[in-house]
Design a protein around this ligand. Structure first.
Ligand code: ADP
Ligand code: MG
Length: 394
């Protein structure tokens, strides 16, 4: 896979439409809770600024569904970005229209403009042609560094490139694709796949695509309970994804056909309710007594999984081992994060909640690659390519 990247081009003095992913979590008062995604775009921003270009940054934030929702304005992001890069940012009150055009046209090389939320316009998600053209009219070149949105064929990701044909991927996309390709193209063996969390049905295509390359699979969370239940074992009141049961059965068959090493937890942490003040204990075996809820992997499972991690040379982890939002049920995921950090394997982690576990464990800097886009990374690993990436290939 050969990407056109910004390193292939010369941007001296050019006006660049740069699609970034500034879709950061915010609280009710519009305080940014986590600025990882803003920081992830800084390398590309600095690289392009060093060429004395004019940067027009565009992003979506949240799901305003095509109407102006003041609490989803990108204005607080302009402020944070300005603090991070220590430069003034001009904030445009919209992403298209005469007023925005005026701001762009009055800019000089070295200026940065941040446009208002793309999704305040319904045309963005519809990949509408005229809207794409209006976005394109702002710049002379197009750069996409919004990895986390590149699985969406939206106007600022796909449509715009019909009008701005000078197009390239930014440094973040380049890094993400390199890391994911390393996993699917030529993973060093043994390759360990760690699956947890929820959204089982959504993740199964990725699992199916990776199985032929994988040596070992370990499971936790609702993912594990769905596999366990599909074998008719007792799981008490644990959460399962019923609609995924038939596919879990299919995957089981495939695992056996490929003679893969497959693990569900040897033991569990079970609770009487999902709450901070729940009564909880570890089971002796893999079954869960009636009335109890499996909320995390148990100490024996941690030991066994740590051993699998030690043996691996490549690791991909998606989905926590338990309910990480509740402190006593986050231990399994934190232990897994620490074990990965200590291993010498090439490790990639995708998924917001899995990353949360890595951050809670304080080991983010010891992971080879942390994906900034959960959904995009999973779709890429399904092997279908992403609409926003496919149009940036040489
Ligand atoms: P990621 O964001 O890493 O892709 P998911 O969103 O698929 O992960 O799954 C994370 C969610 O799964 C969390 O909200 C967590 O509480 C939930 N979860 C994990 N294990 C369990 C469990 N045993 N029972 C209920 N919910 C669980
Ligand atoms: Mg999640």
């Amino acid at each position: 896979m050969d990407l056109i990247t910004i390193k292939d081009k010369d941007y001296k003095g050019k006006k660049i439409f740069l699609r970034v992913d500034f879709n950061v979590p915010m609280d009710k008062n519009q305080n940014i809770l986590d600025d990882t995604r803003i920081k992830a775009a800084i390398d590309t921003i600095n690289y392009l600024l060093n060429q004395n270009s004019i940067l027009i940054l565009a992003s979506h934030l949240g799901k305003p569904k095509g109407i102006i929702v003041p609490s989803m304005s990108l204005k607080p992001i302009a402020k944070r970005l300005s603090e991070i890069i220590k430069k003034d940012i001009k904030f445009a009150p919209d992403c298209v229209g005469p007023e925005v055009k005026k701001i762009v046209d009055s800019s000089k090389p070295g200026d940065i403009i941040l446009l208002e939320n793309l999704r305040f316009h319904p045309e963005e998600e519809k990949n509408e042609e005229n809207f794409s053209k209006q976005l394109a009219s702002l710049g002379e070149c197009y750069v996409n560094d919004a990895f986390g949105t590149s699985h969406r064929a939206h106007a600022s990701i796909v449509g715009i490139t019909n009008f701005l044909t000078d197009k390239a991927a930014g440094l973040l996309i380049e890094k993400e694709i390199k890391a994911l390709n390393k996993i699917i193209e030529n993973p060093e063996k043994p390759f360990l796949l760690i699956l947890g969390g929820a959204k089982v049905a959504d993740k199964i295509s990725m699992v199916k695509n990776l199985l032929p390359k994988v040596d070992t699979v370990i499971t936790g969370g609702i993912m594990a309970y769905t596999f366990i239940k599909s074998n008719n074992w007792e799981i008490g009141n644990s959460a399962v994804e019923d609609k995924a049961l038939p596919i879990a059965k299919e995957v089981y068959k495939e695992l056996r056909r490929l003679h893969l090493e497959f693990h569900t937890p040897l033991d569990h942490i079970i609770a009487d309710k999902i709450s901070e003040d729940a009564k909880y204990l570890a089971t002796e075996r893999g079954t869960i007594p009636p009335g109890w809820i499996g909320v995390d992997i148990g100490p024996q499972a941690i030991e066994e999984y740590t051993d699998c991690i030690k043996r691996a040379k490549t690791i991909f982890w998606n989905g926590p081992m338990g309910i990480i939002e509740i402190e006593p049920f986050a231990k399994g995921s934190i232990a897994i994060a620490k074990a990965i950090a200590e291993s010498n394997a090439y490790s990639v982690i995708g998924g917001g909640d899995s990353i949360e576990a890595v951050n809670k464990a304080g080991v983010a800097d010891k992971i080879s690659h942390i994906c900034t886009g959960g959904g995009a990374s999973l779709e890429f690993l399904e092997g279908k390519g992403l609409p926003g990436i496919n149009i940036l290939l040489k």
